[in-house]
Design a protein around this ligand. Sequence first.
Ligand SMILES: [Zn+2]
Length: 206
Amino acid sequence: MLNEKICEIIEYGKLAGEKGLTSGNSGNISCRYGDKIIITATNTTNGYLSPEDLIEIDFDGNICSGNKKPSSEKFLHIEYYKQREDINAIIHVHSPYLTAFAAAGVALDENILPEIVFSFRQIPLAEYAIPGSMDLVENTSKFFKEYNVILMKNHGVIVGGKTMKDAYMTLELCETYAKTLLFSKLLGGAKILPESEVEKIYSLKR
Ligand SMILES: [Zn+2]
């Protein structure tokens, strides 16, 4: 079971690297493991992880197993798991398109594409605080209850999923959405869906 979890983080980290969603030593990945969390160590590269880069911690941030220091964003992950029992995997990256919006301080909160409206409603923007700080946890965790994808201003994006595959797929989809939205600005800007159409999309969920 533990090996399976470790392999999954390595597999999806590699995929994120190959797809250009994570670069260098930025970002971190974790998954829930019973009453513990497996998280990438600090100064590791998501795209090139090995088993020794993964650290088991408890919900207070203490190391349970592993020889490296866990990611400095561990409390961000812990808080997400605490608030959301349905979330079992978290990916935090500085993927270029979503991070472009985060850097510009622009939330993806307009209703543009039905698929995104249906799945995520909107992608909110959390206020900036220095990476690794409890202030960042406080600013970002305000959105944990309601959202699975959150932009972190002047920083990057955090995605939660039921499974690692789910979190990864969500990240990939939202990164593509950010790319589409950015290109639409070259063509005069995206057209916003009327409220009546948005209602129809929400009604599909009921
Ligand atoms: Zn970061």
